[in-house]
Write a protein that binds this ligand. Structure first.
Ligand code: DQA
Length: 135
């Protein structure tokens, strides 16, 4: 099982970025934890602050599934939603925070309707839950 984990804009700042919302784990911590927790999964990890790079990754992956935290693009990017809809690879949407308990603009995900499922609000555990859902 090959799983591509994609993180969008500002996720490279996890650990120092609004820790009261996103916690203290860095993206490297989250990725290392996945590798340690799922030794049989072949992971690839991409983080990009650029919408087009995320779309390219969705279009070109040969992974069996994608775990996607599109970060703020979740709420704005029809282009990423279109990319998810265009590929056969199942995509699981994740968010560290509970986007439905936050500001109004964060309560709408343009990506959720085209994803296989969505998991949010459980901090770094959302990545583990998403991977477990792929197996
Ligand atoms: C986020 C939630 C988004 O609203 C926000 O823009 C992020 C992170 C999360 O993981 O909780 O950058 O996707």
């Amino acid at each position: 099982m090959r799983i591509l984990v994609i993180n969008g804009p500002n996720m490279n700042l996890l650990g120092s970025r609004q820790p009261e919302i996103y916690g203290s784990a860095t993206l490297a911590d989250i990725e290392a934890n996945l590798v340690a927790s799922f030794p049989d999964v072949d992971f690839a990890f991409i983080q990009s602050n650029y919408e087009g790079a995320i779309i390219d990754a969705i279009q070109t992956t040969d992974a069996d599934a994608i775990v996607l935290n599109a970060a703020a693009y979740t709420h704005t990017s029809l282009a990423i939603a279109d990319a998810v809809a265009a590929v056969d690879t199942p995509v699981i949407e994740v968010h560290l925070s509970n986007i439905y308990a936050r500001e109004e603009i964060r309560r709408r995900s343009l990506i959720a309707p085209v994803c296989r499922g969505s998991i949010c609000g459980f901090g770094p555990k959302v990545y583990e839950l998403a991977v477990a859902a792929c197996l």
